[in-house]
Design a protein around this ligand. Structure first.
Ligand code: G6Q
Length: 546
C-alpha cells in the first residue's frame, strides 16, 4: 500500500501545528518549570549515556514524535532490516551490517546463503592473518617484520578504518603504524611512500567493487613503487585485498588466498564491521576487534528490543526530525570532545549525508518535507575557538551533538577535567544564553560608564535556546566506539524510514565515478568533447601543463 505523503500524515500535521506554539518556548523556562527534566530526558543504552533534555520540546512534543515514528512504520521496517529483507529497493539488496557483528550462534539465511557462517569464516581468516603480521611471523620479502600498513581505499573503504584506527590509537600494536591513502591526488600516496620502507610495508587494497578509479590508480602506483625495490614474486608478501570482486583482485595480481571477502549486502559506509575493518584488527588485535563488534551488537540488541520511548537511536532520530522538519535547522554539528575522535565528524558526515541526502521517496515521488541535514564538525575544544561564534550568535539554528568520554586513556593531570568543563559549559551556554539584564549587571559590576554599557549590551546578548544532545562514553574503548557508531547508524535508519527514503543507495556517488572519465581522456590527448566555455577553457589550460 502506498504510504501517505509525509506532509499529509496525521502526526506530521499535528506536529506542524504544535511547532507554532513551540516557537515561543525557551529552554531556560522548560528547565525551570520541570526540575526532573534531565532525569526524564536522558537514558543509558549499551554502555552509552544520552542526555537529550537540552532540546526545545515538551512531553507532548515527544508523544507526537513517537506517534509519527509508529505511523511511518519504524517498528516493521526495523524487523525487516534485521531479517535481511531487501530494503535497499533500488539495488535489490538486503542491508545486513548488523549480521557482521552478531555472535557465532546467530542464525541468518539470505537467498539460501548462510550469512552467519560466511561472516565467521572471514573473521577467522582475518584473525589468522592479523596474528601472523602482529607476531612477526608474516614478514616482508627480505624476512623483516612488517612495520607499516597502508590501506588504499576511498569513501566507505577508507573513512571507517581511518577513523576507528585513529580513535583506538592507544590500543594499537607498538610496531605497527597505520597509513590511509584515499585521494587520487598523488600528493596523498607520495607523502606516505616517502615515509615507509618497501621491505617492511604491507598494502591493503580495499575496494568493494575493485573498480573505483582512485583506488585502482593508487594501487597500481603503489605496486610500481614496490617493484622498483622487490620482484613480482615478492608482491604476495606485500599486497592483500579486501573486496567482493575475486576476478578483479586476481587480475590485479593479488593471490586470492590473500583476499578477504565481503558481500553486496554490506553498504560501503556500513562496512567497517566487515573485512574492510582489517586495518583495525591489525592495529588492535582480534580480541579488540571482537570487542568493537560486540559493542555494536549491544546497541543492535537495544535498538531491536527497546520500546520506542526508551530507545536511544529512536529518540536521537526523533529529536533530529523535530529540529530539521519543525524548527527549520538545516545542519547538525558533531562536536567530539576527545582528540582521538578527530575523524568522527567526517565519518558521520558520510554515514548520514550519503544515506539520507535524498529527495525522492522510496516510491520515486518527490519528498514533501526536508530530509537529511548537512552534517559537519570538528573536535572540541578547538572548534570553540573557530566557528562556535556562529552557533552562539549567528542567524541559523544549528543543533550540536556533544560527544565525550568520562575517562581518558592518558594520565596527564588536569586535562580531562578541563576538557569536560568546556564541553558541559558550551551546552549550558547554548541552552541558557545570556539576557540583556545579565549582561548589564556584569558590566555594571566592572564600573563601566552607562553610555558604554548601552552600546555594548546588544552585542553581548546571547539568545540561547539552541538545541544540543550530549552523549557520554565511560571511556573510548573498542566496545564503546562500536556502540557509538551503531547508535548513529540506527538513528540514520529511523530518520530514513520517517522520511520514506532509501537510505542505502548512493546514486550521487555512482555519478561521480563516471563523470571524470571523458575529461580524463581529453586531458590525456583525446580530441576535446562538447563542453561549455568554462570547462573547455579549464581543460585547455591544464593541457598546456600536463
Ligand atoms: C559508500 C559509498 C562509497 C564507496 C566508495 C568506494 O557507501 O558507496 O563511499 O564506499 O565509492 O567504493 P569501493 O569500495 O567499491 O571502491
Amino acid at each position: 500500500m502506498k504510504p501517505t505523503a509525509l506532509n499529509l500524515s496525521p502526526s506530521f500535521l499535528a506536529l506542524a501545528s504544535h511547532a507554532t506554539e513551540a516557537k515561543d518556548w525557551h529552554m531556560r523556562e522548560l528547565f525551570a518549570q520541570d526540575p526532573q527534566r534531565f532525569e526524564k530526558y536522558s537514558l543509558d543504552a549499551a554502555g552509552l549515556f544520552l542526555d537529550f533534555s537540552k532540546n526545545r520540546f515538551k512531553q507532548n512534543t515527544l508523544t507526537l514524535l513517537l506517534a509519527l515514528a509508529r505511523e511511518r512504520g519504524v517498528e516493521a521496517q526495523r524487523t525487516a532490516m534485521f531479517a535481511g529483507e531487501k530494503i535497499n529497493i533500488t539495488e535489490g539488496r538486503a542491508v545486513l551490517h548488523t549480521a557482521l557483528r552478531a555472535p557465532h550462534d546467530a542464525q541468518l539465511h539470505v537467498d539460501g546463503q548462510d550469512v552467519s557462517a560466511d561472516v565467521h569464516a572471514v573473521l577467522a581468516q582475518m584473525q589468522g592473518f592479523s596474528e601472523r603480521v602482529r607476531n612477526g611471523e608474516w614478514t616482508g620479502h627480505t624476512g623483516r617484520a612488517i612495520t607499516d600498513i597502508v590501506n588504499i581505499g576511498i569513501g566507505g573503504s577508507d573513512l571507517g578504518p581511518a577513523m576507528v584506527c585513529g580513535a583506538l590509537r592507544s590500543y594499537r600494536h607498538a610496531r605497527l603504524t597505520m597509513h590511509f591513502v584515499a585521494n587520487v591526488d598523488g600528493h596523498d600516496l607520495d607523502a606516505v611512500l616517502a615515509a615507509v620502507d618497501p621491505e617492511t610495508t604491507l598494502f591493503i587494497v580495499a575496494s568493494k567493487t575493485f573498480t573505483t578509479a582512485e583506488t585502482m590508480l593508487n594501487a597500481h602506483s603503489a605496486r610500481s613503487w614496490f617493484l622498483r625495490h622487490g620482484s613480482e614474486k615478492d608482491l604476495a608478501r606485500h599486497f592483500v585485498a579486501v573486496s567482493t570482486n575475486t576476478a578483479g583482485v586476481t587480475a590485479f595480481g593479488i593471490d586470492p588466498a590473500n583476499m578477504f571477502r565481503f558481500w553486496d549486502w554490506v553498504g560501503g559506509r556500513y562496512s567497517i564491521w566487515s573485512a574492510i575493518g582489517l586495518p583495525v584488527m591489525l592495529a588492535i588485535g582480534y580480541e579488540g576487534f571482537r570487542a568493537f563488534l560486540d559493542g555494536a551488537h549491544g546497541m543492535d540488541k537495544h535498538f531491536r528490543t527497546a520500546p520506542l520511548e526508551k530507545n536511544m537511536p529512536v529518540l536521537l532520530a526523533l529529536v533530529g526530525v523535530w529540529n530539521r522538519n519543525f524548527l527549520d535547522s538545516g545542519s547538525l554539528t558533531i562536536a567530539p570532545y576527545h582528540h582521538d575522535l578527530r575523524r568522527f565528524a567526517a565519518y558521520l558526515q558520510q554515514l548520514d549525508m550519503e544515506s539520507n541526502g535524498k529527495s525522492v521517496t522510496r516510491e520515486g515521488a518527490p519528498v514533501t518535507a526536508a530530509t537529511g541535514p548537512v552534517v559537519w564538525g570538528e573536535i572540541g575544544t578547538n572548534s570553540q575557538h573557530a566557528y562556535f561564534q556562529l552557533l552562539h550568535q549567528g542567524t541559523d539554528l544549528v543543533p550540536v551533538d556533544f560527544i565525550a568520554s568520562l575517562q581518558p586513556t592518558h594520565d596527564l593531570p588536569g586535562h580531562q577535567a578541563s576538557l569536560l568543563a568546556n564541553c558541559f559549559a558550551q551546552s549550558e551556554a547554548f541552552m541558557r544564553g545570556k539576557t540583556a539584564a545579565e549582561v548589564r549587571a556584569e558590566l555594571q559590576a566592572q564600573a563601566m560608564p552607562a553610555a558604554q554599557i548601552d552600546a555594548l549590551v546588544p552585542h553581548k546578548v546571547f539568545a540561547g535556546n539552541r538545541p544540543s544532545n550530549t552523549i557520554l562514553l565511560p571511556a573510548l574503548t573498542p566496545s564503546m566506539l562500536g556502540a557509538l557508531i551503531a547508535l548513529y547508524e540506527h538513528k540514520v535508519f529511523v530518520q530514513g524510514v520517517i522520511w520514506d527514503i532509501n537510505s542505502y543507495d548512493q546514486w550521487g556517488v555512482e555519478l561521480g565515478k563516471v563523470l571524470a572519465q571523458s575529461i580524463l581522456g581529453e586531458l590525456q590527448g583525446k580530441p576535446a568533447g562538447e563542453h561549455d566555455s568554462s570547462t573547455r577553457g579549464l581543460i585547455a589550460l591544464a593541457r598546456q601543463r600536463l
